[in-house]
Design a protein around this ligand. Structure first.
Ligand code: HGY
Ligand code: MN
Ligand code: MN
Length: 416
């Protein structure tokens, strides 16, 4: 087998144009995207992706979790496919590149292979994983989690959104509940191109992040139950204020994260407060603590401190408390062989590169459980993501897709 000539480059302008075309679907209010999973705009994005793949001669398969697999045959029909991809769903105030760069960067790899008439021994499949973001339906990476055997499919189907709609029903409604049993497809390797979503690569003026590890994550949902009463006529000592409890737990989350610095991080991004009336003391708050750390023991310590501290706060105010872990995964070490393929590709292409730990969670973190996996990162402006102002340059996108091309083709093995 020959190595892909290092002068082969993908078509950066074509990739950029596809990113801009996809960004028109499910627009946000400030130039980003709101293409949440299993909404009509997610369906439109999936339909456009299918059209582009079929135009490249790929055959599209959809599994029972809506994961999409666009296949380019190899010369060896028995060889397992090399898969590459990410997710097309976005946050409600998301950017144009989080996830999308990985799916459309993969499509650009296929377009370049077709342009050059390159054959590979292994088939190559582009993947769009359903519901990576975990916003509309918690947890994040739920469909790649079912694929990797982490979650049961029925449990995933029963996840509900804020309006009580079930994930399984919404999957059916948009017509992407495939017949193929989830997890049936096996793969030779998986590569995911993704924006860094942090400031390191841009600050150090480095083109490529060679992702060696992913930090661990815990989503801990807390429900505090107090007593609704009049904000004017209820004497302070008689109040059982769930909102006060939530505020104190928020402060505690920040203290715990800082105490486990510099790598520990924590915040509360999801909050429901009942009845949310200006002149009623909140009787109930439901909120999710997001803790992350690259070290498993530290993450467990953060979790334990939170539980003990929240129980203490609830007792001081007289609140009922329920604590439930609603998502999470241990820190991830990616496959050495795949990581080396990424590093070698960046090196041979003349791109600057450095090892990096992923701060965000990705589908690759679950797929790493079932196949050799690694990730490629490109910088993003000010390290900003999960914000409509998320921005990258065409050059950064192109470099990332070039490295993806060479890493994937090396794994898939060119055949003369
Ligand atoms: O939460 C995460 O890290 C990912 O963006 N879903
Ligand atoms: Mn993402
Ligand atoms: Mn994201």
């Amino acid at each position: 087998m020959t190595e892909p000539a290092s002068n082969i480059r993908i078509n950066g302008q074509r990739l950029w144009d596809s990113l801009m075309d996809m960004a028109k679907i499910g627009p946000g209010v400030r130039g980003g995207n709101n293409r949440q999973t299993l909404t009509d705009s997610d369906k439109q994005g999936r339909d456009l992706f299918t059209k582009w793949c079929e135009h490249q001669g790929l055959t599209m398969g959809v599994d029972s979790m809506g994961n999409m697999f666009a296949r380019r045959d190899g010369t060896d029909p028995d060889a397992l496919p090399v898969m590459l991809g990410s997710h097309l769903d976005t946050q409600p105030t998301g950017g144009k590149y989080d996830g999308v760069l990985g799916v459309l960067g993969a499509l650009e790899v296929i377009r370049t292979l077709n342009d050059l008439g390159i054959k590979t021994k292994h088939p190559i499949e582009i993947v769009n994983w359903t519901n990576e973001e975990g916003t509309r339906f918690a947890p994040a990476m739920v469909a790649s989690g079912v694929f990797a055997g982490i979650h049961a499919q029925d449990w995933a189907y029963d996840r509900t959104d804020a309006d009580g709609l079930r994930l399984g029903d919404e999957l059916e409604r948009i017509g992407y509940k495939g017949d193929e049993p989830v997890g049936k497809r096996k793969m030779h390797a998986f590569f995911e191109l993704h924006i860094e979503q942090g400031p390191i690569l841009e600050d150090e003026n480095i083109d490529i992040g060679v992702v060696t590890h992913g930090q661990g994550l815990k989503w801990i949902q807390i429900t505090l139950t107090g007593k609704e009463s009049h904000t004017g006529s209820t004497p302070m000592p008689k109040r059982i204020n769930a909102g006060l409890g939530m505020a104190r737990v928020t402060e505690l989350v920040n203290e715990i994260a800082l105490a486990h610095g510099p790598n520990g991080v924590g915040a509360i991004g999801h909050l429901e407060l009942y009845p949310n009336s200006r002149n009623i003391i909140p009787g109930r708050t439901v909120f999710t603590v997001d803790f992350r750390h690259p070290d498993k023991a530290s993450l467990e310590q953060m979790d334990a401190k939170l539980r003990a501290g929240a129980e203490k706060i609830a007792a001081e105010i007289g609140l009922g408390i329920e604590i439930e872990q609603t998502g999470g995964f241990d820190p991830v070490t990616f496959d050495e062989g795949c990581v080396t393929a990424v590093r070698n590709a960046a090196e041979s292409l003349g791109y600057t590169h450095r090892n990096i730990v992923s701060g965000a969670g990705h589908d690759a973190c679950w797929i790493n459980r079932v196949a050799p996996t690694s990730m490629i990162m490109c910088p993003c402006v000010d390290g900003l993501s999960h914000n409509e102002d998320e921005e990258i340059s065409k050059e950064w996108a192109t470099a990332g897709a070039d490295v993806l091309f060479h890493a994937v083709v090396e794994a898939a093995q060119i055949v003369e």
